[in-house]
Structure formats: C-alpha cells, structure tokens
Design a protein around this ligand. Structure first.
Ligand SMILES: [Zn+2]
Length: 503
C-alpha cells in the first residue's frame, strides 16, 4: 500500500514537471524578461526626455521654485488641519559635485529661517541669510541634506534619476503596468543603493512619479513619492515644472518651478567655501553642561539645523529627561549620559513639551525601559499613534504595548529632593497644547519652541511666540534666571529682556 502510494506520488510529480518544460539554457524567474522590458521602456523615456546624449551632457542645473507646504509635524495639533507655509528656493548643482540651495521657511508663532546650504568637496556649510553668519555643517547634517529629496533637489528631478538608471542598467526591472494611470512601472537602484519605483506614462513616455519606502515615527513604514507635471523643454531636455512630494496619501509640498536652466555657466563663486575666519564653532554633541543644581542641559548633535537641547534633572531616586526629539535611537545615547552622571538611578519620566516630531519623535525608547511619558492631551494622542504603528525600517520599541502616559491638564509637580513644575500653558501662538517645565530652586525654565536662539548667538526680532512667553512669565509669576530652549543655546534672562525691548 505504502509503495503504491509512493509510485502514484512519483508519477504525479513527473507529470507536473512535464507541464513546465524549462529550457535550462534560458531558465530564470522572470529576471531576464523583466530586465529586457524595463530597459526598452527606459530607452523610450530617455528619447522623450531629449536623448541619452543630452541627458548625459547635463553638467549643471539651476532652478528657482515657489513652494506650498503643509506642515504635518509643525501644526497647531496632531489631527490637522495642517498649517500651510509658502516659501521659495534657489538651487544650483553640478552633476555629482557641488550643491548650493537657498531656502526660506516660516513657522507658526513667527519663527523664520532663511538659510543657504552649501556642499562642496565633502564638506558642508550653512549661512544664516538673516545675520550673514556662516557655520560648518556637522556630518549628520551633511548626510541629511545629501540623502533627502526635498533637501537635495538633485535627487528629486527626473534628469538626475534617469542618469542613475542609465548608470545602473543591470538593476532595471519591469514591475508591471497600471491601467488607471496608463503607466509602466519600473524599479531600479540609485547610486547609493536606494531602490526606487518609477511610473512612466505609456503615451508620452515621460516619468509620472517615483516612490521609495521610508520609516516614519508616526506612520511607520510608508511610501514617499515625488510626482511630476507640466513638462516643458528647457535647453533641449524635457523638464517638469511642477514637482509634488507626498508621504503616503498626503501631499506635503508642491513646487512650482519658475526658472530652470541646464548647462549654463554657473558663477564659480557660488561653490566657493567660506573662509575659515568666517566660520563659527559648535559645542560638541552629548556633552552635558550643568545649568543649575541637579540640572544638566545637553546638546544632541551639533550644528544649527540639528540643534536640540534636552534637560536631565536628578531627583532623589530617579531621573527626569525633558524633551525627546526625533528618533528612538537617541534615547540610548541619552540614557548612557544619564548613567555616567547619576549612576544607576532609573529614568522615571520623559517629558515632551508638544507633539511636533522634533520634541516627541524619540519618546518610545525611554518608555520601553520603564519611564512614563508626561505630556499634554494632544501630544498623548500623537504618542499613542506612534505606539500603534508598525515599521521594519524604524522598529517600534513599544509596538503592541500599553504605554505609561501621564497627561498634564493643568500642572504636575514632582518634588523629591528637587522640584519640577510641569505647567500646561496651551494654546500658544506655536501650538494648541504646550508644557513649560520650571525648576524653582535654580530658576531654570525649559521653553520648548518659545524662545529659539540662533546658533550664531543672535536672536532676531521678537516674534509672536517670544512676546507670548514674556506675558506668560508675568501671568504665572515665574522668576527665571536661565531659559533652556529646544533649539539654540541656553539664554540668560537679561538677553531675553533685551530682545523683547527691541520691539
Ligand atoms: Zn514646535
């Protein structure tokens, strides 16, 4: 019986094989046919864009744009509507070489940035266009600018992407077609190994959009896409004049290109690094500075656009960390510094002033190790989303957990060998829900985004947020000697008063 069964099975197996006759000379899993088809589509696209010679000949690009941006992580609250921002930029780069971008941005509450980023010979510099001060970029800032799509437009335009595809032809695969958008879908690798998916219009042969997968602290793994519209011929190359950036299904920014030029001689001065004598210096990252009794301020990273101060407060038998910027990885470094300062006292509280990603993005690592998140109602809503999401690229240390979150409706005082008053002061001009953290013994106030000092030491004109803070101090009768903002250096009260008086 057993043998008969085996024979039947063998003969069935043989029959199955017989129906899939594969010529061993060409056997593959679709690799070759998909590669061949993708390269055929790419060839038509390259022709539609102006031809391989024209694309390969692009040595420099410069463009100006106006941007409409929806600030998902910088609005009044985490449920929208998102604050809208209009800005403009001017960008020039040499293919595979130097890069210069001048960008403007305005945030809720009046904070305003106007900066130039310059990447040249592996180094990076930032110029504050309001004060004229240059500063060197840290390695982290350089890599963020280089790898971003909105921060490095040379990665976002089809001319650069198609040059990558031409240089990596062996990575090309035809992934399928989309009938609703009438497109062929290709996959290929960029020079740095990033895999992108590109949709090509079957009638015009022009790229419609490209996508990659990114890990987002709130949304988890999500598609980041760049789409193109309004193609016009510029210097012999077909170039889109509308570029939109999306995360998942949401459009975050749309650029309208005003002026595009290819291969026009760029002013060599554009890419001239500033003289050393013009460059400011930074405090080293992760080195805590004592700002009061049992109180340490610590800079995460160095550099202007990555200047985030957190505060470490030592209580009788535990530690409080004020602010959890950006990403969970940072919790590990901060915990190490806390151990070197306070021995084995555990971090019992992590306080986040408001829901913006640069204040909450890194809270999960602390809570996974036993801390309680202390924050406002809106921020707690956002925090719960961050606990629920799933991500392969940014693993969620709290996934599926029931996190310990304490919501501060009015005020919470921690008084154990050191006093901390955590005060709900929202709504403010910056955000609907905001905590200030006040340490009465040392008269230190952690201000979140309500007083950002520029990296070069200047303050700029008093904005709505600053005036609001001055009034709030009077109303709450807080006596303050030192402000610790999230962004920029800790600031004595006299400097704050002087800035307010300049109004
Ligand atoms: Zn903020």
């Amino acid at each position: 019986m057993k043998n008969i069964n085996r024979l039947t099975a063998l003969s069935l197996f043989g029959a199955a094989i017989a129906t899939f006759t594969i010529d061993p000379q060409t056997a593959d899993y679709g690799t070759l046919s998909s590669f061949t088809r993708a390269n055929r589509v790419l060839n038509a696209t390259v022709e539609a864009m102006g031809g391989q010679q024209a694309l390969r000949a692009i040595a420099s690009t410069s463009l100006q744009y106006e941007a409409d941006t929806r600030l998902r992580n910088q609005s009044a609250g985490p449920n929208g509507p998102w604050a809208e921002q209009t800005g403009r930029g001017q960008i020039a780069w040499e293919e595979g070489g130097s890069y210069r971008a001048r960008v403007e941005a305005n945030f809720r509450g009046g904070a305003r940035f106007e900066t130039t980023q310059l990447l040249v010979n592996g180094k990076g510099y930032l110029r504050n266009e309001i004060t004229g001060q240059w500063t060197p970029m840290s390695a982290t800032e350089i890599s963020i600018v280089e790898s971003g799509t909105t921060s490095n437009v040379s990665r976002a335009v089809p001319t650069s992407l198609l040059q990558s595809a031409l240089s990596n032809r062996s990575s090309l695969r035809w992934l399928g077609e989309r009938r609703d958008t009438n497109s062929d879908v290709l996959g290929f690798a960029l020079g740095d190994g990033t895999i992108v998916t590109m949709a090509i219009d079957r009638s015009t042969h022009l790229p419609q959009l490209w996508e990659s997968v990114v890990g987002d602290p709130v949304l988890g793994d999500v598609t980041s896409s760049v789409s193109y519209d309004d193609y016009q011929v510029v210097d012999g190359v077909t170039f889109p004049h509308t570029i939109s950036f999306k995360l998942g299904s949401e459009t975050l920014t749309t650029w309208t290109l005003a002026e595009v030029s290819l291969n026009h001689d760029l002013d060599p001065d554009l890419f001239l690094p500033p003289a050393d004598s013009l460059l400011g210096t930074y405090e080293p990252a992760f080195s805590p500075v004592q700002v009061g009794e049992h109180l340490y301020a610590m800079r995460l990273f160095s550099g202007f656009s990555n200047s985030y101060n957190i505060l470490l407060a030592e209580f009788e038998d535990h530690v409080m960390v004020v602010e959890a910027p950006l990403t969970d990885i940072l919790a590990r470094f901060v915990t190490g510094v806390a151990q070197s300062l306070f021995g084995d006292k555990p971090i019992r509280y992590v306080v986040s002033t408001h829901y913006h990603a640069d204040h909450l993005g890194g809270f999960r690592g602390y809570v996974a190790n036993g801390a309680t998140l202390v924050t406002g109602r809106n921020t707690a809503t956002q925090a719960r989303r961050m606990v629920a999401n799933q991500s392969i690229l940014q693993p969620n240390p709290l996934q599926g957990a029931d996190p310990s979150i304490q919501v501060v409706e009015n005020e919470l005082t921690v008084d154990e060998g050191l006093q901390a008053r955590i005060i709900q002061v929202g709504p403010t001009p910056h955000v609907d829900d905001l905590l200030l953290i006040y340490f009465p013994e040392s008269k230190v106030l952690y201000t979140g985004d309500h007083f950002s000092r520029r990296e070069d030491g200047s303050y700029g004109p008093p904005n709505e947020s600053l005036i609001w803070l001055a009034n709030k101090l009077e109303e709450l009768e807080l006596e303050v000697n030192l402000f610790v903002p999230t962004h920029g250096a800790p600031t004595p009260i006299e400097d704050f008063r002087r800035t307010i008086a300049e109004e």
